[in-house]
Design a protein around this ligand. Structure first.
Ligand code: 13P
Ligand code: SF4
Length: 303
């Protein structure tokens, strides 16, 4: 089957099975183009919570598909590549979080959505990079535990200085490897460009940005800006939509290291096989799901 036939088959199967394809902004262009919804973690969670489809094909990484299942337990949620994971989400497990909480008794836990269902179940509320600052600012507590991303925790702490943020020492292997020296070099090469950065980058990169935000916030900023040149400090998958929507503007990737290997695992044939064979189904223990749902729902209620 060639690519055109495969796209037709995917469309046919989608209709026949009442399925929806959700894809993260970091997916490869062909996958983004076939998806019903492309977005950041928050938007995709919101879509998963409200869809009328029977099957959700989640083109992204494991924690995203798991969040969809937590929010929509009656749907069949499929991850097209079974080992598409997020190394940052694996940097803390439920047992480690319980130990962390014991060291800081009665301090509420805010957990980044890039985490397992078990970690969400041990947390008070979730956040994504697009609502993290708002959520922490609106919490009553003056001290919070933040897991697992230390860089996002640092960014929140600077935006909400009236609160103490105690972060777990996790990080995104893709964003954390960007160096401040690469910012200096990119600025020298493109002096008229605006620098748009994801808060998973390290503090010495984030502090040099013109704008800091989630993947969709970066895309929206570039769309609305009158500037014509941009240096993009997040995973290279966002370049597809940025260039498609803004043909008159130029986008340069801040660092060649900004490729998430796991986000690049899913191809069109994987989507096709996933729909055809209904693989790989996400399952979650019901008591864990109930508790994790509380954390996710509290986030969605505030978003
Ligand atoms: P967004 O919520 O900004 O899309 O980020 C998800 C992610 O995994 C970033 O690395
Ligand atoms: Fe995880 Fe980083 Fe990849 Fe996002 S970019 S999925 S945080 S490893």
């Amino acid at each position: 089957m060639d690519e055109r036939e495969m796209i037709q088959e995917i469309q046919r199967l989608k209709k026949e099975k009442n399925a929806i394809i959700l894809a993260h902004n970091y997916q490869i262009p062909e996958v983004q183009d076939i998806a019903d919804v492309v977005g950041d973690s928050l938007k995709l969670s919101q879509e998963a919570a409200k869809t009328k489809a029977d099957i959700i094909i989640f083109s992204g990484v494991h924690f995203m598909a798991e969040s969809a299942k937590i929010l929509s337990p009656d749907k069949k949620v499929l991850l097209p590549v079974y080992d598409a994971g997020c190394p940052m989400a694996d940097m803390i497990d439920a047992e480690q979080l319980r130990e962390f909480k014991k060291k800081h008794l009665d301090v509420p836990v805010v957990c980044y959505v890039n985490s397992s269902a078990e970690v969400k179940a041990e947390s008070d509320i979730c956040c994504t990079s697009s609502n993290a600052v708002k959520i922490v600012r609106e919490m009553e507590a003056d001290k919070i535990l933040f897991v697992p991303d230390q860089n996002l925790g640092d960014y929140i702490a600077k935006q909400v200085p009236e609160k103490e943020v105690i972060s777990w020492e996790g990080f995104c292997i893709t964003h954390h490897r960007v160096k401040a020296s690469e910012v200096v070099a990119a600025r020298n090469h493109h002096p008229d460009a605006l620098l748009l950065i994801h808060p998973e980058c390290s503090p010495d990169v984030v502090e040099r940005a013109d704008f800091v935000g989630s993947t969709s916030a970066i895309i929206n900023f570039a769309r609305k800006s009158e500037n014509k040149l941009f240096i993009i400090g997040t995973e290279m998958g966002v370049l597809h939509i940025l260039r498609k929507e803004n043909p008159e503007k130029s986008f340069y990737l801040l660092s060649p290291g900004l490729t998430c290997y796991n986000m690049k695992k899913t191809s069109l044939p994987d989507i096709y096989k996933s729909l055809l064979k209904e693989q790989y189904e996400i399952t979650i223990d019901e008591s864990v799901r109930q508790k994790a749902l509380g954390s996710l729902q509290r986030m969605l209620d505030l978003s």
